[in-house]
Ligand binder design. Structure first.
Ligand SMILES: Cc1cc2nc3c(=O)[nH]c(=O)nc-3n(C[C@H](O)[C@H](O)[C@H](O)COP(=O)(O)OP(=O)(O)OC[C@H]3O[C@@H](n4cnc5c(N)ncnc54)[C@H](O)[C@@H]3O)c2cc1C
Length: 318
C-alpha cells in the first residue's frame, strides 16, 4: 500500500500508528505476549506495549486497561486510495466499465462474463466483488459471507480532538463486534462499529453512537454530521479465501476487516498468476478454507445466531 501510494504520487497521506485497546488484564497479557513473539520470532520491532497509563494517555477513554501500538502499520483515506488506484490503472491502459453488473460467469478455455447488455470473452476472469459477489460463484459464497459495517463522523472537534486521541493514530479494540476509530484530517472523530447481516441497513447513527458513547461519554452532546455503511466479507477462520472456482477464473475475497491491505496484496498476486507466476497465489490458496455450516438455506440463520451470541458476550464484558 505504502509503495503504491508513493510510486503513483496519489493524493493520499499514509499516517503511521495503529493501536489495539484491550478491555481486560487477560487481553493485555495476551497482546503483550503476541508482540513479544513477533519481536522474537519474526524480528518485527515496531510494536510498543502500552500499560493502563499509556493507553489512557493515548486514547482518552477509561474503557481500556492496556494494549499496544504498531508504529509501522497505518491508516489512510480509503476513497482517495481507491481513486488513486483507478487513476494509476487507467494510466497503465486499463479500461474501467462502471455500472456494468456481471450476472453470470461461464468458466472454460475462454471464459465468458455476461452483463444484462453484453458479454466479454476473456483469457482470465478475476472475481473481486468481495462482499457484493452474491451468488455469482456458489463455490466462493459457500466459504465467504457478506457482513455490513458502519461508520459515523462527528462535527469537527477542534480543541477537543486532542482529548480523544493525543496522536494521529487509528485504534481498534478487542471486542468481537469491533470498535475502531481515528480522526479525520479536519479533526472529526470517525468511529466505526456495529454489524448487520443481509443487504438491509439499520439506523446507522443509533447503531454506532451507542458504542461510541460507551468509549467517549464526553461526546454525548456532539453532533453527528455523516453516517454510512458498506458490505465487507468474512471467512470462518478470518483468513482470506484465494481460490480458482472454475477454469481460468481466479477469486480472492473474505479479508475479514483487513481488506485495504489484503485486497491490495490479492490484486498483486492475481496479476502475477494471470501472467503465469502462480507460486504466491497458490501459497495463499493453500491456506485452510472452511465452508460455513448449514448449506445454502441455513448458513444465514446460523451465522446470525453465532454473531448475536458473541455480541452478547461483548455486552457482558466476557
Ligand atoms: C464500514 C466499513 C469499514 C471498513 N473498515 C476497514 C478498515 O478499517 N480496514 C480494512 O482493511 N478494511 C476495512 N473494511 C473492509 C474493506 O473495505 C474491504 O475489505 C475492501 O474494500 C475489499 O476490497 P475489494 O476491492 O476486494 O472489494 P470492494 O471494495 O467491496 O469492491 C468490490 C467491487 O466489486 C463490484 N462488484 C461486485 N459484484 C459485482 C458484479 N456482479 N458485477 C460488477 N461489479 C461487481 C462492486 O460494485 C465493488 O465496486 C471496511 C468495510 C466497511 C464496509
Amino acid at each position: 500500500v505504502k509503495s503504491l501510494v508513493r510510486d503513483h504520487a496519489m493524493s493520499v497521506t499514509f499516517h503511521t500508528g495503529i493501536a489495539h485497546a484491550c478491555r481486560s488484564e487477560e487481553e493485555v497479557r495476551e497482546t503483550h505476549a503476541y508482540a513479544e513473539k513477533l519481536r522474537r520470532d519474526y524480528g518485527y520491532q515496531h510494536l510498543e506495549s502500552l500499560d493502563r497509563t499509556g493507553i489512557r494517555r493515548l486514547i482518552g477513554s477509561t474503557e481500556y486497561v492496556g494494549g499496544e501500538i504498531d508504529r509501522d502499520a497505518g491508516h489512510l483515506h480509503p476513497l482517495n486510495y481507491a481513486i488513486g488506484l483507478a487513476k494509476a490503472a487507467a494510466k497503465a491502459g486499463v479500461r474501467i466499465h462502471e455500472l456494468s453488473e456481471v450476472h453470470r460467469v461461464e468458466p472454460g478455455p475462454r471464459p465468458v462474463v455476461r452483463t444484462p447488455s453484453g458479454h466479454v470473452d476473456c483469457a482470465t476472469v478475476i472475481l473481486a466483488g468481495n462482499g457484493y459477489l452474491g451468488q455469482l460463484s456458489p463455490k466462493v459464497s459457500a466459504k465467504v459471507m457478506p457482513i455490513n459495517n458502519f461508520i459515523v463522523a462527528t462535527e469537527p472537534l477542534d480543541e477537543r480532538a486532542k482529548d480523544i486521541l493525543s496522536e494521529p493514530v487509528a485504534v481498534a479494540d478487542t471486542r468481537f463486534v469491533v470498535n475502531y476509530w481515528r480522526l479525520s484530517e479536519d479533526n472529526r472523530l470517525l468511529f466505526g462499529g456495529g454489524e448487520s447481516y443481509g443487504y438491509r441497513f439499520p439506523d446507522i447513527i443509533k447503531t454506532v453512537s451507542k458504542p461510541m458513547l460507551q468509549v467517549y461519554p464526553q461526546l454525548a452532546k456532539t453532533r453527528i454530521d455523516y453516517a454510512w455503511g458498506g458490505t465487507l466479507a468474512i471467512t470462518v477462520n478470518r483468513m482470506p479465501c484465494f481460490t480458482r472456482p472454475g477454469q481460468n477464473v481466479l477469486s480472492a475475497s473474505g479479508y475479514s476487516g483487513h481488506g485495504v491491505a489484503m485486497a491490495t496484496l490479492a490484486g498483486k498476486l492475481m496479476a502475477e498468476a494471470t501472467a503465469g507466476q502462480m507460486e504466491r497465489f497458490d501459497l495463499m490458496a493453500s491456506l485452510p478454507q472452511h465452508r460455513f455450516p448449514g448449506g445454502a438455506a441455513l448458513r444465514w440463520p446460523l451465522l446470525v445466531t453465532a454473531m448475536t451470541w458473541y455480541a452478547m458476550r461483548d455486552r457482558l464484558g466476557l
